[in-house]
Design a protein around this ligand. Sequence first.
Ligand code: SF4
Ligand code: SF4
Length: 469
Amino acid sequence: MPKKYHLHAKATPLDLEYVFKFKIVRGENCINCGKCSRVCIYEVHKRRKDDPRKMADPNTVLCRNCFRCIQECPRGALEKSLAKDFLNIGGSYWKPDMLISLWKQAEDGKVPVTGAGYRGPFTGPGFDSMWTDMSEIVRPTRDGIHGREYISTSVELGRKLNHLTFDSNGKLLSKTYDSVDLPLPIIFDIPADNLGANVRSALVEAAAEINTCIVIPADNITPDFEKHSKHIIPCVPYKEIDRCQSVIKKARIVAVEYSDALLGELPRVQETIKSIGGALTIIRVPASRDVETIVSRLTHAGAGIIHVVGDYRGLEVGGPAGSNPRLLKDIIRAVHLRLVDERVRDEVTLIFSGGIAMAEHVPKAMLCGADLTAIDLPLLVAIGARLYEEPKKLLILPEELEKIPVQIVRQRIVNLMVAWHSQLLEVMGAMGIREARRLRGETGRAIFFDEIDNDTFGKLFKRGDAARV
Ligand code: SF4
Ligand code: SF4
C-alpha cells in the first residue's frame, strides 16, 4: 500500500474582527459561579485573568451554538441573540453560515460541529440539490485499522490511454503519457489581485506543505517562490511561452488560457511546453454555454488536462443578460456525460472550479464527473476575508493581515485543508469508496433531488399542475 497521507493541524486563532452568528451577553445578575465555564467544552466562558473571582466577557467567536450554558446558568444570566452583521455578509450562494464554518475550520482544522439541531431546508439549488448515499455497511477506514484498507484521496493528472496496443510479439506499441500525482483532489486557483506579499507567500507555502499545487500568473511568480516551483502552476498566455521559459522549465504543470486559435495549435503548444522542462499542460476553459463542445474538441485534439472555470457562485459565465445560467453541478454532469457518450472520458483529466465553497462540494463535484477541483475564495475566507455578493462581488481582507506572520497565515490555510481532507475521508468511508478516483461520475452513490422528486411526484402532477396545487 502507498504511504499514508497525513496533514498536521495546529490551533491558530487570529485576533481579527470576525463576524459571528450569535452574540452571547452575560447579564448583571451573573453570580460568577463558573458553571458556564464548566459546561462549555469550547471554552467560550473563562474567568478574568486579573481577577479570577469574576467571569470575563464571553468569547463569542468560539461558540458552537449548543445552548447548554444558557440552559444551565442558575440565574438565567446568559442571553444569546443573532448578531446584526451576520445577515449582511455573503449572499444567496455564499451564505453567512458557510463563511463562519470556513473561519472555524481554519482555526483548528476540525470538522465543524453545530449544535441546536439543524432546522434548515434539506434541499436547495446546485450542490444542495444532491445528497451522497452514505449507507455502506462495510466501510474502509481512514487509518486502515482492523486489517481493513485505508482510504486514498490521491488523484492522477494527465492524458491516459483508453486501451493498449501490442505487436504480434507482445511488445507494447502504444505511446504512454506522463502524469502527476496529487494526494488531494484539490488545487489552489489564481489568487485575487489585491493580496499582500505575505498572503501570497503563505498560499504558496501552504500548497507546498499539503503537497498540492497553486496556479499563479507567470508574471506574478517572484524569485522567492523558486524553492516551491514544483508546487506552482504558472499560467501563461500561449503566445508567450518563449518569454516565460524560465518559470515553465521548473514547473511540473503549466496552465494556458483557452482561445479558439489555440485549438488548432494544441499539439504544438503541449509539445513545446513539454520540451522546455517536461511539464504537463492544463487548458483553462471558461464555463460558457458551449463548454461541453469546447472540452470535447480539446479532448479529441489531444488535451491531457482541462480546467473548466465557473463564476465565483458556481454559475455558467458569459451568457447573454437575462439568460438562465447553468449551475456548476449541471455543467460538470453535462461535460462528463458528453465525453462518456463520445467514449473519450477516460483519456482526459477534468478540473472544475467556481463555487467550490465547502468541503462537501469536492466529493459532490467528483460524483458529478470531475477528477478534481480548484478553489480560491475559501482560502481567503479562512484568513479572515469577508465576502459580499450584493450589489456586486466585494472581497474585503482584514487591514491587519499584512502584519501577521506568514507561518500563521499558512497554518490557517493548512488547517482548512485538514478539515476538508477529514470530511472527504468521512464521506468516502460512509459511501464505501476506497479511492478518490473511483468517485468520478459515480452517480450511483448520489441522490439527485430533482430526479427523485420527479420519480415520486412526476406521475401525480404533470408539469405546471404542481404549481397550482
Ligand atoms: S453560569 Fe450563569 S451565573 Fe454562573 S458564571 Fe455563568 S453566567 Fe454567571
Ligand atoms: S452555547 Fe454551547 S458552545 Fe456556545 S457558549 Fe454556550 S455552552 Fe459554549
